[in-house]
Design a protein around this ligand. Structure first.
Ligand code: CA
Length: 225
């Protein structure tokens, strides 16, 4: 069940309609209090949370969720108003999984919901396709031969995707859509840049991320030889 917290009835109804008609089931809340009350009794799969809400705003609600161990793992996508860069940055810093800038299209909203759910569902299966290279999705850490390395959010997501699909060649477009949630093809160089920095950070395992000519990239599967 996806919960949509949005005080504008028109937007809320469209969100619910869009989710219900794409295979999800959705429930709406018009204010933070009723949402918070329901959270004490049920656990949604994901929350689409508006920042600008009467009485308790979305940022405060997000903080409260992240401070509560029973709620902190529920994925949250924040809906921020156009031009409020601070809200976006703050949302991500506070642990939101993604954000949408209003006004957003319903197709985009549904695809973000899918992407966040996919990422979060992978969390229960720690990926270890390459021994010596350990990615812990819950702690959001990566170690190389026991040494902790620091990856950016996107580098981490790329590595996680590769580790979960060893041997699978991904096109740059696929990587863009899965890791950046965008289909904007002009950005494929972004992928190359991130692969380059990721390889550097992975040290001797960097070469495991192979360039597949005319395709994209793949992780060389475990090779004991
Ligand atoms: Ca609002």
């Amino acid at each position: 069940m996806i919960w949509c917290v949005e005080d504008e009835a028109g937007i809320r109804e469209i969100e619910i309609y869009a989710l219900n008609s794409t295979g999800f089931s959705a429930r709406g809340f018009s204010d933070g209090l009723s949402f918070w009350k329901a959270l004490q009794e049920e656990t949604p799969e994901l929350v689409l949370l508006d920042v600008m809400l009467p009485e308790i705003d979305g940022i405060t609600l997000l903080k409260k969720m992240k401070a509560d161990s029973a709620l902190s793992r529920i994925p949250v996508i924040m809906a921020t108003a156009k031009g409020t860069e601070y809200d976006k940055v703050q949302s991500l810093d506070l642990g939101a999984d993604d954000y949408l800038v209003k006004p957003f299209g319903m197709l985009e909203m549904v695809s973000r919901v899918r992407a966040v759910l996919r990422r979060c569902q992978a969390v229960s299966a720690p990926a270890q396709a390459v021994s010596g290279l350990v990615l812990n999705p819950e702690a959001h850490t990566v170690t190389v031969d026991g040494q902790r390395i620091s990856l950016t959010f996107k580098e981490f997501a790329l590595l996680q995707l590769f580790l979960e699909h060893p041997g699978v060649a991904f096109t740059r477009e696929q990587l863009l859509s899965q890791v950046w949630d965008t289909d904007f093809l002009g950005e494929t160089r972004t992928v190359d840049m991130h692969i380059r920095t990721l390889r550097q950070k992975l040290g001797r395992y960097g070469s495991r991320i192979e360039t597949v000519r005319n395709v994209g990239y793949r992780l060389e599967a475990q090779n004991d030889g």
